[in-house]
Design a protein around this ligand. Structure first.
Ligand SMILES: [Ca+2]
Ligand SMILES: [Ca+2]
Ligand SMILES: [Ca+2]
Ligand SMILES: [Ca+2]
Length: 498
């Protein structure tokens, strides 16, 4: 039986110019090799001044041969080289060379709502009786250009380990020439040489070139969509405790419950007559009624490095580097000592405010102000909660480009750190598939076949809801931190070079 799934992986939309709004994608229709669906979202932008960037939706397709739908894996839906279109006059469809998905974005400068339009994508082979899933993730363009790493701190002070120009405490400007040649030895970008053991070559993304960055951290809704596309054995490898809580466990078995959200088994899998995967859902209210409006679907997830990399490979994205983290946060502006992702040292912690409409898509804090950040509260709130209809960058806590929660909420895992070699990392994206043991397998991603032992190979940036120290844009004090479970409010987001 043919079925179609559709998932707005992120249902809330906010940005520098904007307030919370829906990305809405309609139920797809299928014919021949094509998938068509409606799309609309509010408070979109494309601007030539200031950040000179735009927002977009990364859309990709999964397909499943349905002769044995309970057992067959969902495979990434490779797109054809042409045959992609969108109706109306506002939008355009951009196809990357690897044909893993498309970016839907404004075709001209403008700020405001996107009228409903119909997107048609052509797959690389006829759909036949396959089941089809369509997924969308909101992204922000980070344009090509120079920027600074480091904020001028003494890297030895309070163990900041921040980037410098090598010789002094001063920031270093990343230029086209540096990207083209590779930045080289760690002593070039850190005073004590605390960087990659191997020299970073031209193929290592230093952030000069443009890339797309997820507007928000990976959410519980996105993570559940990912889990629900896996085989039983893949799910087993991502369980809380594979021995105690296999996918065939009863309804309500907790898979990942941290800082307020609860991901549980909604429909148990089957392990007796066949291996039918479980269906997971969110149940923040813990009444075993899943995926309700107040079940915390828009909260960020706290996950291990293994989970994080598997999600990014599945979504055909990649991790960002530490250099790209600083670019995405600071933009081209001159560094401010100890600045946070909104560009100042203003800071208001969430715990000083009440929260209304808890766990819903309209969850909101009782107050606002400059530099709102979820650090030290030990609770997670919906991604982008600080953006309001009238918020500017400082009030929304947004980065220069309009990316949310880069300071606080969950840690942003990056490629980088010290005491290991990440010179082989490139702009290569995931290919939509993970291994049968649920590992990412992209060449160049550090140690992606080891279990839990590579947590220290992915430095964490920006602080989290359970850490208020070391949260500045350039602070690297969590570079060498080991935590093999999901207890530390560590998550992150994907990026993609076009
Ligand atoms: Ca429950
Ligand atoms: Ca519920
Ligand atoms: Ca964060
Ligand atoms: Ca892969």
């Amino acid at each position: 039986m043919k079925k179609v799934l559709f998932t707005s992986l992120l249902i809330m939309f906010v940005g520098t110019f904007t307030f919370a709004n829906n990305l809405i994608m309609g139920v797809p229709s299928i014919g021949g090799s094509t998938v068509s669906f409606t799309i609309k979202w509010d408070n979109s932008w494309k601007v030539s001044a200031g950040p000179a960037n735009w927002d977009a939706v990364w859309v990709f397709v999964k397909r499943q041969n349905c002769d044995q739908p309970n057992q067959n894996p969902w495979l990434h839906g490779q797109l054809a080289a042409s045959g992609h279109s969108v109706t109306g006059t506002q939008l355009q469809v951009d196809l990357p060379t690897d044909q893993m998905g498309v970016f839907i974005r404004r075709n001209a400068d403008g700020i405001g709502n996107i009228n409903e339009a119909t997107v048609t994508l052509t797959l690389s082979s006829p759909i036949g009786a396959d089941n089809i899933g369509v997924y969308g993730i909101e992204m922000v363009n980070v344009p090509e250009g120079e920027f600074f790493i480091g904020d001028g701190n003494n890297p030895s002070s309070t163990n900041r380990i921040n980037f410098t120009d090598g010789a002094t405490d001063n920031p270093l400007r990343i230029t086209a020439a540096i990207q083209a040649a590779g930045i080289g030895a760690a002593t070039v970008y850190q005073k004590s040489g605390f960087g990659s053991i191997g020299s970073l070559p031209a193929t290592f993304p230093l952030g000069y070139n443009s890339f797309y960055c997820m507007k928000y951290e990976i959410t519980t809704g996105q993570y559940v969509s990912f889990l629900n596309s896996l085989t039983y054995n893949q799910q087993l490898r991502l369980q809380e405790d594979p021995n105690a809580t296999p996918p065939s466990s009863p309804i309500g078995t907790v898979i990942n419950a941290r800082f307020g959200y609860r991901i549980e088994i909604k429909t148990p899998g089957i392990s007796t007559t066949s291996l039918t995967p479980a269906i997971y859902g969110n149940d923040a209210t813990d009444d075993n009624n899943f995926d309700q409006e107040n079940d915390g679907i828009g909260l960020p997830v706290s996950i291990r490095v293994k989970d994080f990399l598997a999600f990014l490979d599945w979504a055909a994205l990649r991790p960002m580097t530490e250099f790209e983290y600083e670019k995405a946060s600071r933009g081209p502006l001159t560094p401010v000592l100890n600045e946070y992702s909104w560009g100042t040292t203003d800071l208001r912690q969430f715990n000083n405010y009440a929260v209304n409409n808890r766990f819903t898509s309209s969850e909101v804090l009782s107050g606002s102000g400059l530099g709102m950040a979820n650090v030290g509260s030990n609770t997670l709130y919906r991604v982008g909660i600080t953006a309001t209809p009238i918020s500017d960058r400082l009030n929304a806590g947004a980065t220069y480009y309009g990316i949310m929660d880069m300071t606080g909420s969950v840690f942003e895992r990056c490629i980088g750190g010290l005491a290991h070699n990440y010179a082989a990392f490139t702009t290569a994206n995931g290919n939509g598939q993970i291994t049968t043991d649920s590992f990412a397998d992209v060449i160049g991603w550090p140690l992606s076949t080891e279990v839990n032992t590579y947590e220290t190979y992915y430095p964490r940036r920006g602080g989290s809801c359970n850490r208020y120290e070391g949260i500045g844009i350039s602070n690297r004090q969590w570079s060498n931190f080991s935590d093999g479970n999901r207890d530390f409010a560590s998550g992150g987001r994907g990026v993609r070079s076009f």
